[in-house]
Design a protein around this ligand. Structure first.
Ligand code: NI
Length: 164
């Protein structure tokens, strides 16, 4: 396993669209392990491969308080969603910024595990928010895209300052 570098907004590589995964091999297992290690090291509750510059449709999620509920979704797709919830979101690619985003309250996700086996999961509350947030990353979307242009500009300035 290895720690990977997380891209920081407004890095244009966060806008890449991840490709479907069709090989369920050792390389994929290593990627999933690296993602989990990186997510935990940064105290995140979710990570998408796009954030470590891998254009692959895989996300890791763990919304437990003690890093005990790791979930890995390969080729995740939301097949059903209902309700609305507003949650304060953050992102490892937008460090130290938190903002309210409206998401579906309940979702049904179809995905594969790292062996390629299909599964379906129903999620609500924080888990549902986290999965929606991470799937957005696979489509080149960052949570600040939901904010007003002025707010996004301010965050962008802050992030650029932070880098130098
Ligand atoms: Ni994020």
């Amino acid at each position: 396993m290895a720690l990977r570098t997380v891209l920081v907004f407004p890095d244009s590589r966060l806008r890449n669209i991840a490709k479907r995964i069709s090989h369920f091999d050792d390389e994929l297992s290593t990627l999933a392990a690296d993602m989990a290690e990186t997510m935990y090291a940064e105290n995140g509750i979710g990570l998408a491969a796009i954030q470590i510059n891998e254009q692959k449709r895989i996300i890791t999620v763990d919304v437990s308080e003690d890093q005990s509920a790791l979930m890995t979704f390969v080729n995740p797709e939301i097949i059903n969603s209902s309700g609305k919830q507003i949650c304060q979101e953050g992102c490892l690619s937008v460090p130290e910024i938190y903002a309210e985003v409206t998401r579906a309250e309940k979702i049904t996700v179809e995905a594969q595990n790292i062996k390629g086996e299909k599964f379906t999961l129903e999620a609500d509350d924080l888990l549902a928010v986290c999965i929606q947030h991470e799937i957005d990353h696979l489509d080149g979307k960052v949570f600040v895209d939901y904010l007003s242009p002025a707010k996004r500009q301010r965050i962008q300035k802050k992030m650029l300052k932070r880098k130098t």
